[in-house]
Write a new protein. Structure first.
Length: 278
């Protein structure tokens, strides 16, 4: 089965009633969490920002706690400067809303991937019963494994964000630099959720050693889909279906090769027995 056929097959599975019902769960949960985070941030950050903006535009003195962390002091002085003049105030407002929108969109991607991780076994179980019941699954994940992968990948993502700060000021490259840490987290978590449910550690190592780049391209394709505003809220289930089919197909190929090798060995043994008997 080629890649186009896998994509089409995954789309058909996604639009079945069972999968659409599951797709509502990450949609609702993520929307609720984003709703709570937005109003918490709005209540704390936007109100303070409006007060600083109004004070700086009216020529009033803005009181800054000099004992606060240096980045907070610098950021406050920078905001006061931007909002002091009408032109820079407009630019600052545009930048803040743009950055805020990007953060919300990326947060929706991360939250959806985390939420869908809890539903991965259910989705893959449906695929297994529907198409691959002849295969035996040897999942190697434990209850704490996803939490460990999420924590480790999240830490690497934060480090990458910090290391790539100088690149954020370079046009065009800043888009790649911002997307790279998020893609790393996206790939690691999504790939682990699916592979650990289907494969043993040995099977995963064997498949990923040969097909690692193929699976990176698949998760990159899914990451591009997630860049459409709030697409991941509803299509996260499709991501699991698509990667699930890809891993099931590779497991099926391994299984067939093992059976073929076993048949060859048995034939050799039978021939040896016949020769000895003669």
């Amino acid at each position: 089965m080629n890649e186009i056929e896998i994509i089409i097959k995954s789309i058909r599975d996604f639009f079945t009633s069972s999968m659409l019902k599951i797709a509502l769960i990450p949609l609702i949960v993520t929307m609720v969490i984003l709703y709570m985070l937005f109003f918490a941030a709005a209540d704390f950050g936007i109100t303070s920002l409006q007060e600083i903006a109004a004070a700086s535009q009216n020529g009033e003195e803005v009181v800054i706690d000099e004992n606060a962390p240096f980045y907070f002091v610098w950021a406050t002085y920078f905001i006061v400067f931007l909002f002091k003049y009408s032109f820079t105030s407009w630019i600052a407002g545009f930048l803040l809303y743009t950055i805020g929108t990007v953060i919300v969109l990326q947060a929706s991607v991360i939250l959806s991937i985390v939420v869908i991780g809890f539903l991965t076994p259910m989705i893959l179980d449906i695929l297994h019963k529907r198409y691959y019941s002849h295969l035996t699954l040897h999942g190697h994940g434990s209850l704490l494994s996803p939490l460990w992968v999420m924590a480790k990948s999240g830490l690497v993502m934060i480090v990458l964000f910090i290391v790539l700060i100088p690149v954020y000021f370079v046009p065009v490259l800043n888009i790649i630099a911002f997307a790279l840490p998020l893609y790393y987290f996206f790939h690691k978590l999504l790939n682990f959720d699916v592979s650990s449910t289907i494969l043993s550690k040995e099977e995963y190592k064997e498949i990923y050693a040969k097909e690692g780049n193929s699976f990176r391209l698949r998760t990159l394709f899914l990451y591009f889909i997630s860049m459409f505003p709030f697409a991941t809220l509803f299509t996260a289930v499709y991501y699991i279906i698509y990667l699930g089919h890809a891993y099931f197909i590779k497991l099926d190929e391994i299984s067939k090769l093992e059976k073929k090798d076993e048949k060859v060995r048995n034939d050799v043994i039978e021939e040896d027995i016949k020769l000895i008997s003669c």
